[in-house]
Design a protein around this ligand. Structure first.
Ligand code: GKR
Ligand code: MG
Length: 426
């Protein structure tokens, strides 16, 4: 249906700017984070001079596709999200974009479309909020909560990138160092939940790290996420050993069938951001009772509204909802906060990589994590404003850093050519 534009929310132009910011050498099952993380910032401008913001992945092939879609949006009304979907579907028509992250599962054309759509949907919701002078959370059904709890996201890590200076966090390769990292992050942000990225050390060491965290933080919710590093028997062993400690065990093993096998023998809930990553996965995974918690992520579920749909579907099946994160900046944090605030089903503290980005940001007024939570903004739209100087600097860093795609495996192999990404590893 044609939308009659009465409020100056017609899209005049769209600018897509890839940016880079420094990252510590964080370890995961796929390898190690490169010295720079990549994102792309989407600015959707209307005829009346409003700017809506979106943030998405910065891998060059994805950015090229986002730009291709951006070029088709002129004249669309920012309230016409069906029209947005149609134009983007046409622009990316059947493209199936794989990535080298090693953590995001099989690629498909529909996943590719939803990743591109998400960046613009968020920007359009930001515009809608500004146009009607209400925060995005109000457009999503209103506040189910006034503050969104986030979790401390711990990583095994090296002290420095090879040849570089040690970073402020130092090395973390054993339980004591993981507890030190947790203490530092919790002192600074007040987190009340802790997630440890696993799949790096042998499972018994990761169990010890979780036990050490429990001793140091008796009241905190704890999770462990080895990104499918374990065979089902190993996963059941860890789940059994940590049954009295973990809120949930995230992606202990790969595939819906593998997770279903573990779930049938594990005494604790399993969570995933790896085997339920698109609507097609929902029926097979839920029918098999493979997962008890799904981690939503608007960056690949097609935006904030579709993530709420996912949360509703999960609730209908009696499956819990949590929130997934990748290295990100302040536009994503704002979008995650509005989404989580509007989703009553989201009962776990959300993941965020925020502490790892230091002071780097593309927004002037980043939301802050206080007492482990972000207060949901009352300002119109997403409630954050672009810092144009920072954007320009970070765009130059993107060009200069020489990284065009996230590739944790390739980077680790430049340091240890014999390293093999194996699944399962244990
Ligand atoms: O940043 O290395 C990382 C994480 O492993 C991330 O890429 C994952 O997507 O946080 C994520 C997860 O929960 O699997
Ligand atoms: Mg995960």
């Amino acid at each position: 249906a044609r939308v009659i534009n009465t409020s100056g929310t017609e899209i005049a132009d769209v600018v897509v700017t890839p940016v880079a910011f420094r990252e510590p050498p964080l370890l995961n099952v796929a390898g190690v984070h490169q010295p720079w993380a990549l994102r792309a910032i989407v600015e959707v401008r209307t005829t009346s001079g409003l700017t809506g913001l979106g943030e998405t992945y910065g891998d060059a092939p994805h950015v090229a596709l986002v730009r291709r879609a951006a070029a088709t949006l002129t004249g669309l009304d920012a309230f016409d999200l069906h029209g947005l979907n149609a134009r983007i579907a046409h622009a990316v028509d059947g493209v199936d974009l794989a990535d080298r992250h090693g953590l995001t599962g099989r690629s498909t054309p529909s996943k590719t479309l939803l990743r591109v759509l998400a960046a613009f949907e968020t920007a359009c919701l930001d515009l809608q909020g500004q146009a009607v002078d209400r925060p995005v959370v109000d457009l999503l059904g209103g506040r189910a909560r006034d503050a969104v709890p986030f979790s401390a996201y711990l990583f095994y890590k090296w002290a420095s990138h090879p040849g570089g200076e040690p970073d402020e966090w130092g090395a973390a390769l054993d339980p004591d160092a993981i507890v030190t990292q947790a203490r530092r992050m919790i002192d600074q942000y007040g987190f009340r939940s802790i997630k440890l990225k696993g799949g790096v050390r042998p499972p018994a060491e990761e169990v010890d790290a979780i036990r050490a965290l429990r001793v140091a933080f008796p009241e905190h919710g704890l999770r462990l996420d080895p990104n499918c590093a374990w065979a089902p028997d190993t996963a059941v062993g860890v789940a059994t050993e940590l049954a009295d400690v973990l809120e949930y065990l995230e992606d202990p093993t790969s595939s819906i069938a593998g997770m279903a096998e573990v779930a049938s023998r594990a005494p604790i809930p399993l969570a995933t951001n790896m085997c339920v990553v698109a609507l097609d996965d929902v029926r097979p995974a839920f029918t098999a009772d493979a997962v008890q918690v799904v981690l939503a992520d608007h960056h690949y579920w097609g935006g904030l509204r579709r993530s709420l749909d996912l949360a509703a579907v999960c609730a209908a099946w009696g499956v819990g909802v949590s929130m997934h994160s990748n290295s990100h900046l302040g536009i994503s944090l704002a979008a995650m906060t509005h989404l989580a605030a509007a989703a009553p089903q989201l009962t776990y503290a959300a993941d965020t990589h925020t502490p790892w980005r230091g002071d780097a940001d593309v927004v002037q007024d980043p939301l802050s994590i206080v007492d482990g939570a972000v207060e949901v903004p009352h300002r119109p739209g997403l409630g954050v404003t672009l810092d144009r100087d920072a954007l320009a600097r970070m765009r130059d860093d993107y060009v200069r850093c020489g990284i065009t795609e996230r590739d944790d495996t390739g980077y680790l192999r430049t340091i240890d050519p014999a390293w093999e990404p194996r699944q399962p590893r244990w």
